[in-house]
Design a binder for this molecule. Structure first.
Ligand code: EPZ
Length: 423
């Protein structure tokens, strides 16, 4: 058996929903809990498969993890096993986030090279070079990264380009190094700042997170014994705003800070959409879509994770749009699926060229990764007729209850079980 989403396009979304906690903050914060000497409760954790897999991974190395109604309690006191399971790490890229904390706490760690969304090459060389700069010996054996050190020593680290994962991993490792570590050309994403705030609650001494220069003064130990609420998911928020635009609806998102999406919002306005916002809410009224040009870049630039979703909207723009993808060379995998819906899309070097059409038409499509799945839902909401989306295991990795929430906003969408033998 497998599940599909069935969307009957053309119904405008209307109403208000609250944005969930951020997947890309929850995952590193779960990993960072391994540094504590006592239990920690994390609130607003999204109930998505990546989080459930990370929880299983933490349990396999000895942590006690309970997760109910968005509240996760992690007790790291019995963690001993510093060798992570191949099967679990190969499922999500972010599982590599446990490397820094385990190296800091146990001075050794064995983690398989990570898997996850197929967005082209996703090396971890910046992470490894960062650990080596901190004084760890790092080898590769049978697909495992094996890092060992007598003690981590603070140092200056410069990343050749901003890397969210490497910034998080090296920052976590440096919290208990002896001396001061300065990370230059650090990633500035809000999820990096949220992780730093969590580590500071644990007793870490970190300055500058959210800027391109982060200073970490090593401390002897880090403690738990508190509750922490993670930030909202700006990529989920962007996806819903695009759904509102594509369906020519009128929706409001609560519990989201507009400054997390400045460049994205400015592009939505250039595309003719009517946006209003307050301190922690954003609303959109869908308008006829104008063609625009976008180039993805690290925060605060246009997020690569909203490239496929915004492309789905631009398929029905009046004119030709170009999206240059500067982060992941494998991001274009979603284009074949948009073509099945009648989109006129082509690639040129690292860009996608989208010639707007009047209407997309519903068809069966398959989600190849999380954000491509978001794009197909957005396209289905605007398409004429029925779109049947399979590959929900990818969509459910990053979007909690997306069908239920879109139905609350008035979309004609339902999840159905299918029998593969009967197809
Ligand atoms: C994080 O991935 C996010 N995942 C991704 O979101 C997001 O697309 C990406 O950041 C960029 O914003 C999580 O936070 C769990 P990077 P990450 O290291 O950390 C290259 C989603 O859908 N690079 O910032 O893996 C890399 O190839 C996911 O939620 C190296 O060359 O991204 C890429 O070109 C998909 N060597 C660029 O840097 C390294 O050691 C940015 O990657 C590390 C990265």
């Amino acid at each position: 058996m497998y599940e599909v989403l069935i969307i009957k396009g053309g119904k405008p979304l209307n109403g208000t929903i609250e944005v969930n906690g951020a997947k890309n903050a929850a995952l590193p914060i779960m990993a960072a809990s391994l540094l504590a000497d006592s239990p920690i409760t994390i609130r607003r954790v999204p109930n998505i498969s990546d989080v459930r897999i990370m929880a299983r991974l933490l349990r396999t190395i000895g942590a006690k993890v309970t997760f109910r109604n968005g509240n996760m309690k992690i007790d790291p006191r019995d963690v001993k096993n510093v060798r992570a399971s191949y099967k679990l790490v190969s499922k999500i890229h972010a599982s590599f986030d446990i490397t820094g904390p385990l190296l800091a706490r146990f001075k050794q760690v064995e983690v398989p090279l990570p898997g996850g969304c197929n967005l082209g090459s996703r090396p971890v060389n910046f992470h490894i070079e960062g650990f080596r700069s901190l004084g760890a010996d790092v080898d590769f054996q049978h697909g495992y990264v094996i890092a060992k050190t007598a003690r981590l020593k603070g140092t200056n680290i410069f990343f050749p380009k901003p890397s969210v994962g490497a910034t998080k991993n090296v920052m976590m490792a440096a919290t208990m190094a002896s001396g001061t570590t300065i990370i230059e050309n650090a990633a500035r994403e809000p999820e990096v700042a949220d992780l730093a705030n969590f580590l500071i609650r644990m007793g870490a001494k970190i300055r500058g997170a959210g800027t391109s220069k982060i200073t970490i003064e090593g401390v002897k130990g880090l403690s738990g014994g508190f509750e922490y609420s993670i930030i909202s998911d700006r990529i989920e928020a962007g996806t819903y705003l695009l759904a509102g635009a594509a369906s020519k609806g009128d929706i409001t998102l609560k519990a989201i800070k507009p400054e997390f999406l400045d460049s994205f919002i400015s592009k939505l306005k250039d595309a003719g959409q009517k946006i209003d916002m307050g301190e922690d809410w954003i609303s959109i009224k869908g308008r006829p879509v104008k063609a625009i040009d976008i180039s993805t870049s690290p925060f605060p630039g246009f997020p690569t994770d909203l490239h496929p979703p915004v492309a789905a909207l631009l398929c029905i723009a009046d004119g030709t749009s170009v999206i240059e993808e500067t982060i992941f060379d494998g991001r274009f995998i979603y284009l074949d699926e948009l073509r099945r819906l009648g989109a006129e899309v082509n690639t040129k070097n690292h860009s996608v060229v989208i010639r707007g059409v009047k209407k997309l038409s519903g068809a069966p499509v398959v989600a190849p990764d999380i954000r491509a799945g978001g794009a197909l839902i957005i396209a289905g909401l605007s398409a004429e007729g029925c779109t049947v989306i399979s590959g929900l295991d990818k969509i459910d990795r990053g979007y909690q209850d997306i069908d239920k929430r879109l139905a609350i906003l008035g979309s004609d969408i339902r999840r159905e079980k299918r029998d593969a033998c009967r197809d």
